[in-house]
Design a protein around this ligand. Structure first.
Ligand code: PLP
Length: 350
């Protein structure tokens, strides 16, 4: 596949901003090139220097951990940045399209709308599987990206490997697999297939299993040419120095991440069991994520009454195939017990 051919016209000849720190990558020196404050920072944390625009140290560490080459990694201000940049790089506004499969993560559409790029929506089946034939029929020469969210938000399920593989093989554009919740899944990541498909982009994030949502750090893994494009069009210092430092620290402690994932999976099992005993619950959908999609008899009422009890969940009942559904994030043991207690109260009145 020719990545250059897929690119939006203005990106083919786009010249990136050349930042001061592009030219000298050493750590030692007299840095009089970037108009920083050489005296120090007002804050205790020393933040007077611009960060590495390409986050080399973080990428080197991630490369080891994920068993991919550093040049196959893009880091952004959340994976949301990668979603936006992919659309911006590959889709000609008002002419080309992305394909999404609702119900799914809302930012694919938001970023497409913002970039004035069309969205072809091919709904998942009522049990949240990819409607392969419908997807294949909806693909046109103008379709540049297909977003597959797996495990999917809000349904929580993983998309079938053979279906995804068929799309990767047949589609002439990029297949973006959003694995924000992959750490909570029984299925393997698509990362290990990166070298098999040069049109595969895998998105992951520090916001979920790593517990670093406040830091804003997302990852895109892809063929080197795609990563180069993202690096060319991103803001020069898109990942701040604090985030890079923290990322380096947390990457030393994958053990703790794994422990937290195990705890969350235990709590997910607890919630599934308890929710299934409640009369107001019609169905708990199977989940490979850190949340559950739950169908209630009267979701809106349950949602409002939970809010009154300061238990905040996400009302997803307006989405296709999600009638009467709330999305509930797995919390701590205490929080989950509070949720169940609150639901027991709520169901007395509905
Ligand atoms: C499927 C999916 N992708 C991406 C994100 C955003 O990740 P980040 O915090 O890295 O921008 C979310 C956040 O909820 C999500 O559900």
């Amino acid at each position: 596949m020719k990545i250059e051919k897929l690119l939006r016209n203005n990106i083919k000849s786009f010249k990136a901003y050349s930042s001061a720190r592009d030219e000298y990558t050493g750590k030692e020196g007299v840095f009089l090139d970037a108009n920083e404050n050489a005296l120090g920072s007002v804050s205790q944390e020393k933040m007077n220097r611009y960060p590495d625009p390409y986050q080399r140290e973080v990428k080197n560490k991630l490369a080891e951990l994920k068993n991919v080459a550093p040049q196959n990694i893009f880091l952004g201000n959340g994976s949301d940045e990668a979603i936006d940049l992919l659309i911006r790089a590959f889709c000609e506004p008002r002419q080309e399209q992305v394909l999404t499969m609702p119900p799914t993560y809302g930012m694919y559409r938001v970023c497409a709308d913002l970039n004035d790029v069309g969205v072809t929506e091919v709904p998942l089946s009522p049990d949240f599987k990819i409607s392969l034939e419908a997807v294949e029929q909806s693909i046109s020469a103008k379709t540049k990206l297909i977003f597959i969210c797996s495990p999917n938000n809000p349904s929580g399920n993983v998309m079938a490997t053979d279906t995804v593989e068929r799309l990767l093989k047949s589609f002439q554009g990029l297949v973006v697999i959003d694995e924000a919740y992959q750490d909570f899944s029984r299925e393997a990541s698509w990362l290990k297939r990166l070298n098999d498909f040069d049109n595969l982009v895998v998105l992951q994030t520090f916001s979920k299993a790593w517990g670093m949502a406040g830091l804003r750090l997302g990852m895109a893994f892809a063929n080197e040419k795609i990563i180069q494009v993202l690096n060319t069009i991103k803001y020069p210092y898109n990942v701040n120095a604090h985030t890079q430092e923290q990322a380096l620290q947390v990457l030393e402690n994958e053990k703790l991440k794994k422990q937290m994932v195990d705890d969350i999976l235990g709590q997910r099992a607890f919630l599934i069991k308890k929710l299934n005993t409640l009369g107001c619950v019609k169905k708990v959908f199977p989940s490979d994520a850190n949340f559950l999609l739950v169908r209630f008899s009267q979701a809106k009422k349950v949602y409002k009454q939970l809010l009154e009890k300061q238990v905040i969940v996400r009302d997803r009942s307006g989405l296709i195939h999600c009638e009467n559904c709330l999305r509930i994030t797995v919390g701590t043991e205490t929080e989950n017990q509070k949720l169940i207690d609150a639901l027991k109260e709520v169901e007395k009145y509905i």
